[in-house]
Design a protein. Structure first.
Length: 256
C-alpha cells in the first residue's frame, strides 16, 4: 500500500440532509478544501471518493496551480453513480471505478470505500463539512486502519460535528482556527517551504495574513466553480442563522 492523505468532505444538501445543512458553513467548507489541496499538492498524495461538490473544487484548484496534479491526487468513483458523474471526472486521468453492487447504493459505496482503504495506507484523514457519508467513512476507516490520525475540521459544520463527537477529545484549533493553511501544515506535518512548483501561491501565503488568504481562495472558487442548484441554495442562504446554530452545536461538544 502507498502512503497518502484521505479526504472525506461534502457540501450538505438542504433537501437530503437538512440537519447537516443547518450547521454547515459552505464558505468555510470551500476554504478548507482549497487550503488542503494547496498544502498537499506536490507534497502528499490526496485520495477521496467522488462527491459532486468536492470533485469540481479540487479540479479547479489543481488546474489553477499549473502543475501536473495527476501524480498527486487519486479519485475513486462507484459505477452505481455512472449517470451522475460530474464532467470533472473526465479531467482526472487517474480515476478508479468500482463495481455497482446489485444496483444498491449503500453496498456499492461500501465496496468503493473498502477499495480505497485497502489500496492506500493513510497517514491522516481530513473530514470537512458533509452529510452522513463522511460519518460512515470515518467508522469504516477506524475499523480497517485504526491508527490513522483523524482531523475533523469542526469549524466547517455539517456531519463533521458527529465525527468529532465520536472521537471525543479533539484539539481546540480544529474548532477555532480559520487559518486552514496553517492548520493543515501543523496537523499533517507538511513543511511550510519550499512550495513545490507553486510560486504564485507561495507569494500569497508568504506575504498576506490568514484572512486575506482565505478571501483569495474563496474568491478564486466563486469565480470559477460551477455548482448545482441545491448547492446554490445553501451558498446563498443567510449565514447568520447557520453561524448561530454552529455556535450552539460547538458549545455542546466537550473538546480538549
Amino acid at each position: 500500500m502507498t502512503d497518502a492523505i484521505f479526504l472525506s468532505a461534502g457540501v450538505p444538501d438542504p433537501k437530503r440532509g437538512p440537519q447537516y445543512a443547518k450547521t454547515a458553513d459552505t464558505v468555510a467548507i470551500t476554504a478548507a478544501v482549497s487550503a488542503l489541496v494547496h498544502v498537499t499538492l506536490g507534497r502528499r498524495l490526496l485520495v477521496w471518493g467522488g462527491q459532486p461538490a468536492i470533485t469540481p473544487m479540487i479540479w479547479v484548484i489543481a488546474e489553477g496551480l499549473g502543475i501536473e496534479y495527476g501524480d498527486w491526487v487519486k479519485l475513486y468513483q462507484s459505477k452505481h453513480f455512472k449517470d451522475e458523474y460530474p464532467e470533472d471526472n473526465q479531467r482526472f486521468q487517474n480515476v478508479t471505478y468500482t463495481d455497482d453492487v446489485g444496483h444498491d447504493r449503500e453496498h456499492s459505496l461500501r465496496l468503493m470505500r473498502e477499495r480505497m482503504f485497502s489500496d492506500f495506507n493513510f497517514t491522516a484523514a481530513v473530514f470537512i463539512g458533509g452529510m452522513g457519508g463522511i460519518v460512515q467513512e470515518f467508522d469504516l476507516l477506524q475499523q480497517l486502519q485504526p491508527n490513522v490520525a483523524p482531523l475533523p475540521v469542526i469549524s466547517t459544520g455539517g456531519a463533521v460535528l458527529d465525527v468529532a463527537q465520536r472521537i471525543g477529545s479533539v484539539p481546540p484549533d480544529l474548532r477555532d482556527d480559520l487559518d486552514y493553511i496553517a492548520l493543515f501544515h501543523r496537523h499533517l506535518g507538511v513543511s511550510v517551504s519550499p512550495y513545490l512548483a507553486v510560486p504564485r501561491i507561495n507569494l500569497i501565503i508568504s506575504v498576506y495574513p490568514a484572512q486575506v488568504r482565505i478571501r483569495y481562495f474563496v474568491g478564486f472558487m466563486i469565480r470559477k466553480l460551477s455548482v448545482t442548484a441545491s448547492h446554490q441554495v445553501v451558498q446563498f442562504l443567510g449565514t447568520s442563522l447557520r453561524r448561530k446554530s454552529n455556535i450552539a452545536m460547538l458549545k455542546s461538544l466537550k473538546l480538549a
